[in-house]
Ligand binder design. Structure first.
Ligand code: PAF
Length: 283
């Protein structure tokens, strides 16, 4: 498995594959790969001739008080897992390679970045949109793969691709969960055993909301409040950033439920901020 660290090296490698008529898949990650990432790599392997996995903990998407320095990193383990899942190349640039001195150009998807996580993590989605645009420009993939757990990120990237006429197909992949429902996340490694048990409350709260809708509830605010009360019932939930019932594409709040609906939550278990969501189609 090749690990390439420079833009020039990955460009040269992809250009050679393209000249040989191969299609290119890109799986952008921040590393510390888990089964969710591996499902993206396997899908890319099944659909593309040549698969690039980027591993880059992007400083631009972390706030000053966030976990950029402590974000888990293990390139050897990631390289092995990515190879087993079918990656051909890892792109692992340094921050200086991605953001050389004098860097000052950013991509901002304005409205979609404001609510939900954007309201609590100022600048986060500007950092995501900027690095993803750079990765698209560096690799030039036919398809790029993103998990549905980061639902706002996915909506923003889709909007950005449409707005900027980027020539790449965005392939979303379902959330991968532990057997007790906890959505996989590299940040789950921060949880103590007691917090890990408590963290299942996010999924339980969402399922409770989904069950209310299945039982006929069509008032989005009532569903939202019921999900919030479930989160509040867990003593290790130290803060709730939001509970939202929204349209999955526009991320606008839905007060009367019909069509595609997404229930989304962001909450702290102790000091660890977790997000999760569930989609429901209401007839
Ligand atoms: O979802 C992530 O891991 C990151 O936000 C991404 C898309 C790799 C950009 O840094």
């Amino acid at each position: 498995m090749e690990v390439l660290e420079t833009v020039a090296a990955v460009r040269a490698r992809v250009r050679a594959e393209r000249r040989a008529g191969k299609s290119i898949g890109l799986v952008p990650t921040m590393g510390y790969l888990h089964e969710g990432h591996l499902s993206l790599i396997r899908r890319a392997r099944a659909e593309c001739d040549f698969v690039v996995v980027s591993i880059f903990v992007n400083p631009l998407q972390f706030g000053p008080q966030e976990d950029y320095n402590t974000y888990p990193r293990d390139l050897n383990r990631d390289t092995r897992l990515a190879a087993e899942a079918g990656a051909d190349v890892i792109f692992h640039p340094t921050p200086e390679e991605m953001y050389p001195a004098g860097f000052q150009t950013h991509v901002e998807v304005e409205k979609l970045s404001q609510g939900l996580c954007g309201a609590f993590r100022p600048g986060h989605f500007r950092g995501v949109a900027t690095v993803v645009t750079k990765l698209f420009n560096i690799v030039g993939p036919d398809r790029a793969y993103f998990g549905e757990k980061d639902a706002q990120q996915l909506a923003i990237i889709r909007r950005m691709v449409r707005d900027l006429n980027l020539d790449v197909e965005i392939v979303p992949m379902p959330i991968v969960r532990e057997s007790d429902g906890l959505a996989l996340s590299s940040r789950n490694t921060y949880l103590s055993p007691a917090e890990r048990r408590a963290a299942t409350v996010l999924y339980r709260a969402l399922v409770y909301g989904r069950d209310l809708i299945a039982a006929g509830e069509r008032d989005g605010l009532r569903v939202r409040d019921a999900v919030r009360r479930t989160l509040e019932s867990e003593p290790l939930v130290s803060r709730i950033d939001y509970v939202a019932v929204v349209d999955p594409d526009t991320l606008e709040e839905k007060t009367t439920l019909s069509g595609s609906v997404m229930l989304a939550v962001a909450a702290y278990i102790g000091k660890v901020r977790l997000i999760d969501n569930i989609k429901v189609v209401v007839d």
